[in-house]
Design a protein around this ligand. Structure first.
Ligand SMILES: [Zn+2]
Length: 228
């Protein structure tokens, strides 16, 4: 990898981290943002104890999916294994963002899924927002449960933890992280007003097609609707 390429990937992680921080989706010391190194079993990820505000390119950690650190300096986020496992399960995912954004985390603690409430959700995320079974962070079971809950979609809540999204680009992943939090707020608010009315995923095939063409990161499509 050339120095220029490495600089570009480090910049992408810093940009993603600052964007999610500025939108209040993460706080200092939580969440993590990564990009895949194209055609290699490697990634760049935010460091452990990341404070976001003053994050610099030099602090971003380069490591192999096995966990072997290739850069000097900071240690990677302790949740790096989840990112590595998602990249390995998702050939088209180039960026992963994990947040503990407040409404998504609230729903994850209440163990709620988010049905399809707006069509935008089908286009970017591929349908409803599922929730993974609980497992302690940093375990193989944790990754397994999250990947299972993702199904063919680009984002999921993680039981009693937060949410995670993956995209073909960092820009896509930022959009998805924002969207999951917006949906969690809508779901919470609508529930206070008497309950949500879901849209059937089967009733919007053109949006599923748009998702598949422009945003999907899965290897094999599994059509799994919440109403199934
Ligand atoms: Zn976390």
């Amino acid at each position: 990898m050339s120095l220029l390429e490495e600089d570009k990937l480090r910049s992408l992680v810093v940009e993603g981290a600052k964007q999610v921080y500025s939108r209040g989706l993460v706080e200092a010391g939580e969440g993590n943002i990564s990009v895949r190194v194209p055609d290699k079993n490697q990634m760049f990820i935010t460091p452990t104890f990341n404070t976001y505000k003053d994050l610099e390119k030099a602090e971003i950690v380069h490591l192999e999916f096995s966990g072997k650190i290739l850069s000097r300096g900071r240690k990677p986020s302790s949740e790096y294994q989840l990112h590595a496992d998602i990249y390995q399960a998702r050939p088209r995912a180039m960026a992963v963002i994990h947040t503990h954004s407040p409404y998504a985390t609230m729903l994850s603690a209440a163990r709620k899924t988010i049905p399809v409430l707006i069509e935008e959700q089908v286009i970017f995320l591929g349908g409803f927002v599922n929730i993974s079974d609980f497992a302690s962070a940093h375990t193989q079971e944790f990754s397994k449960n999250v990947i299972k809950a993702l199904g063919s979609r680009n984002g999921t809540l993680m039981a009693n933890h937060g949410c995670i999204v993956c995209g073909r680009t960092m820009k896509h992943a930022i959009k998805m992280a924002e969207l999951v939090e917006k949906l969690a707020k809508i779901h919470y608010g609508a529930t206070q007003m008497g309950g949500t009315v879901r849209i059937s995923e089967k009733s919007c095939p053109m949006f599923i097609d748009e998702f598949e063409e422009n945003f999907a990161t899965h290897a094999n499509r599994i059509l799994q609707c919440e109403e199934d």
